[in-house]
Design a protein around this ligand. Structure first.
Ligand code: HEC
Ligand code: HEC
Length: 446
């Protein structure tokens, strides 16, 4: 009898102790979620997270996916950069001309000797040999040395900037920022042999060069190589602005016309735009009416020459992970009138109904964030160049950092103010002058 009671007491004590331990354990877990027990699965997750981040950053900055075969072996663009004096063709591109074309230099990668020379003025900024030295040091953002004088391009070419800390165009990297200075068209137009592009588009090389030169800085046309449309019905360029690649976490659809998710578009770009070597599958591109070039070229089902030659698929997980890690940059201190921005926020979420589409804090709709051209009061040319014939609600965070080139997919509105005035008319908001200013201040603060 006594033993039974003792056993029962003991059991109760153990139960209560276990309960207390569990509860404390839980509470502790909530207070210190970062504690990782060695050997636990939590540790596996944490290691994977840092590894994906580390690798993804490398891919974003430095991986060409084998695209030098296109840019150098086929188009021979590297020869135009080097110039005749360095075994290439033509005058070549000196550092000053490269900077003028919007290329950026990562100051932390420039060899000390060259940096000192730039500072003291002893490095000739018109000598293409110095551009090659910078490229070989991997200091020209998005342009990679690829052996035998060849170059390849990376995602950072268009989706990174520098903070100009050393000189204009030379500074520390700003990954994810849209390079609105970069004249992609002018750079590609320098390539000595554009016959591959010409035959893809079934036009002559001069036409290709004219189209490339029509883009201007900060722009590119990702759909040209699908539908062959270089100009809009009103005669203006069909290219779009280079968007930022930051602030994408939580956003479902990407590109101005919502082609797909981040890894969808990353695979699309690496295969079809950069011309890396990999696998890409999207039968929507077999639509010969909508995408005559893509259908002809078989872009809906791309495979590498041999199975071992896929330089893209294995990079997609880390690349996506890194991109989702890049936050939109905060507005510079002192750049916003906070009182006005607060008023603007109330309007944004209230009477102006902006938040019905730009849902905070994503500033796009959770879900299928697509709208017809009519809903936002513009023409449907660009929308109709995409599978769903719609425009995606642009996430607005960091919009202040890409004012250059304007807003909306084609920069049709020169300023945030012009965007607000457009909505004012379209939705019949009857905003006062003060209210328009308040909304603009709020947009600048995001
Ligand atoms: C030559 C310039 C250029 C290069 C290089 C480039 N992009 Fe882009 N990127 C663009 C343009 C232009 C768009 C807009 C396309 C559209 O909406 O039709 C875009 C759109 C995007 C978007 C959608 C952003 C959003 O608003 O949702 C992502 C993500 C992206 N690119 C990732 C990449 C990755 C990853 C690479 C490297 C594999 C890359 N890009 C290389 C020009 C470039
Ligand atoms: C019906 C949904 C909808 C509503 C309502 C709406 N927007 Fe938009 N917004 C969009 C879409 C879609 C785009 C992309 C247009 C394009 O790129 O051509 C866009 C683009 C923008 C842009 C340009 C972003 C960039 O980087 O180019 C700004 C700024 C903006 N909206 C602000 C607002 C404000 C302010 C309001 C309220 C007055 C508002 N929007 C109401 C759907 C909407």
């Amino acid at each position: 009898m006594r033993t039974a009671r003792t056993a029962l007491t003991l059991a109760v004590v153990i139960f209560v102790a276990a309960l207390a331990w569990t509860v404390t354990g839980r509470v502790t877990a909530q207070i210190a979620p970062t504690y990782v027990r060695p050997g636990s699965f939590d540790e596996v997750i944490q290691n994977s997270s840092s590894e994906l981040f580390r690798r993804g950053q490398q891919v974003f900055r430095f991986d060409t996916f084998g695209d030098e075969r296109f840019w150098s072996d086929t188009l021979r663009l590297h020869q135009a950069i080097a110039g005749a004096a360095n075994g290439g063709v033509g005058p070549g591109v000196g550092p000053a001309a490269a900077l003028a074309a919007g290329l950026k230099v990562d100051v932390d990668m420039v060899p000390q000797q060259i940096l000192a020379g730039i500072r003291s003025g002893t490095v000739n900024l018109n000598d293409p040999a110095n551009t090659l030295a910078l490229i070989n040091a991997r200091a020209v953002v998005g342009v990679m040395p690829a052996g035998n004088g060849r170059v390849g391009f990376t995602c950072a070419l268009c989706h990174a900037n520098v903070d100009d800390s050393f000189a204009p165009g030379i500074g520390s990297r700003l990954d994810g920022w849209a390079n609105r200075d970069l004249n992609v068209g002018a750079i590609v137009a320098m390539a000595p042999d554009l016959s591959a592009v010409a035959s893809l588009l079934q036009v002559d090389q001069q036409t290709v060069r004219n189209v490339l030169m029509s883009w201007g800085p900060g722009r590119f046309d990702a759909e040209l190589f699908l539908d062959g449309k270089a100009f809009r019905p009103d005669g203006r360029t069909a290219s779009t602005l280079i968007p930022p690649a930051y602030g994408l976490a939580g956003v479902n659809l990407h590109t101005y016309t919502g082609w797909g998710s981040v890894p969808y578009w990353n695979a699309f770009v690496a295969n079809l735009e950069l011309h890396g070597s990999g696998v890409f599958y999207d039968p929507r591109l077999n639509d010969a009416t909508k995408f005559p070039v893509a259908a002809r070229a078989g872009f809906g089902n791309v495979r590498p020459a041999s199975a071992g030659d896929d330089g893209i698929t294995s990079r997609l997980p880390s690349l996506q992970y890194y991109q989702l890690s890049i936050p939109a940059p905060a507005a510079p201190v002192g750049s916003v009138n906070q009182r006005a921005a607060d008023e603007g926020q109330a309007l944004f979420n209230g009477r102006a109904r902006c938040s019905s589409c730009h849902v905070p804090p994503l500033f796009t709709e959770p879900g299928w964030s697509m709208h017809t051209a009519e809903e936002i009061g513009i023409d449907d040319f660009q929308a109709r160049r995409s599978p769903d014939n719609r425009y995606r609600t642009t996430p607005l965070k960091g919009a202040w950092s890409h004012a250059k080139g304007g807003y909306y997919h084609d920069g049709r509105f020169a300023t945030l103010r012009a965007v607000v005035e457009h909505y004012d008319q379209l939705f019949g908001l009857r905003l006062t002058e003060t209210e328009i200013n308040d909304l603009v201040e709020y947009l600048k603060s995001l």
